[in-house]
Design a protein around this ligand. Structure first.
Ligand SMILES: [Mg+2]
Length: 388
């Protein structure tokens, strides 16, 4: 058989290696070096390794953000990078305090991650399964690895993830813009500032719910999605409220009751005039079969479900069970928002305004144009670092 070019180069390098060994080693070692050269037919120049880097960062919100049970002006995040063969993928963990992760917990988790043991960055299932097995929980920390790996692979393949997954980038949904619980004056002002958006998301769950809706309706007829964040308690009162909301152009309600009130949620979902979406009650892939009958649909967030790979599986499973799908976010930089946006052509509702609510983004990525999620023709998750 004729020698191909690769075989030729391989044999040449063995010969060259032996020659070098003969010339620079003392005579007693030369024999051993020659044996080693014969036993190892390929002289390696050093395989590329996966390298993980990370740093804590604090997002500053443009406005105080208030939901049913908390208020804040900052969100801690950790920015990650995974490098392989000179190519760098970017990731992020975002940790709203009520979910239990922090700078300290994410940094501690990432310090336990050893990516140098993997030869092939495309072995996503193996790598991410190992990461998931390090400890339970820590879903945002795990997402920061998942996102950076996806970005890296997309850059290595020179393709955006919506292409790799086979989605139509033109079929992205409108994103809602979130209005937190506030005074009538502030709600009116925020509603006016959100004129570009085709859907508004309103936080409810306190005793100001009707005021919030009526104030927005005094400014605009834009469709509203409502997020109660488990703020209601009584199912009959909740059902009355759902009819009241429907009459005022609300199109869907997230997590109206505490996630533990499973029977009450199922009762409400059976009778509700509006789709009921589980958010706090549905975290990961294994929660989805239990969501059937309790909710009409689920809200998937990368920081709850450990990242893009599991989110993709969740969409497929939810669809197969006849559940609606919403894609949500935390307050995040454009890194995590861009990562989620590649899944958006597959969902019924998107709430990907997290990067629009912050004042110190560090990435340029997926845009919102006339209220619509607008994917960019860039490889990976499509982000570039902002020069600051
Ligand atoms: Mg929610």
């Amino acid at each position: 058989m004729p020698q191909n070019r690769r075989d030729f180069l391989r044999h040449s390098s063995v010969i060259a290696g032996s020659a070098v060994a003969s010339s620079i080693l003392p005579s007693s070692a030369t024999g051993q070096a020659a044996v080693a050269a014969r036993a190892t037919p390929i002289v390696r120049r050093g395989k590329p390794k996966l390298t993980l880097r990370y740093r804590p960062y604090t997002i500053e919100l443009k406005h105080v953000f208030t939901i049913a049970n908390s208020s804040r002006t900052t969100t801690p995040v950790v920015l990650t990078e995974i490098e392989y063969d000179g190519v760098v993928g970017c990731g992020e963990a975002s940790m709203p305090p009520y979910l239990g992760e922090s700078h300290a917990s994410v940094l501690e988790f990432l310090s336990r991650v050893d990516l140098s043991k993997y030869d092939n960055p495309f072995e996503l299932d193996t790598i991410l399964r190992d990461i998931d097995a390090i400890t339970s929980g820590n879903t945002a920390a795990k997402a920061s690895i998942d996102i950076a790996l996806h970005d890296l692979l997309g850059r290595l393949m020179k393709q955006p993830w919506y292409n790799i997954w086979g989605f139509n980038a033109a079929k992205t949904p409108y994103t809602s813009f979130t209005i937190g619980i506030d005074t009538a004056d502030v709600v009116r002002q925020k509603t006016k500032e959100a004129a570009e958006f085709k859907v508004l998301k309103v936080k409810l769950g306190r005793d100001t719910d009707k005021m919030m809706i009526e104030t927005i309706r005094s400014v605009t007829n834009t469709p509203i999605t409502a997020d109660v964040n488990q703020g209601w308690r009584d199912r009959a009162v909740a059902l009355d409220m759902l009819f009241w909301l429907k009459e005022r152009g609300v199109v869907m309600v997230e997590q109206p009751l505490p996630k533990e009130q499973v029977d009450d949620l199922a009762w409400l979902t059976e009778r509700s005039p509006l789709p009921i979406i589980g958010d706090e009650g549905v975290q990961r892939l294994t929660d989805i079969p239990h969501a059937k009958g309790v909710y009409h649909g689920i809200n998937i967030k990368l920081m709850k479900c450990t990242g893009m790979r599991e989110a993709h599986k969740m969409i497929v499973l939810a669809r197969s069970l006849g559940l609606k799908v919403m894609l949500g976010c935390m307050t995040e930089t454009s890194c995590a928002i861009s990562a989620a946006s590649h899944l958006s052509p597959m969902v019924d509702w998107a709430d990907l305004d997290g990067a629009l609510l912050i004042g110190n983004d560090v990435y340029d990525g997926t845009k919102v144009v006339d209220g619509k999620v607008t994917l960019l023709d860039r490889p990976g998750i499509g982000v570039e670092k902002l020069k600051k």
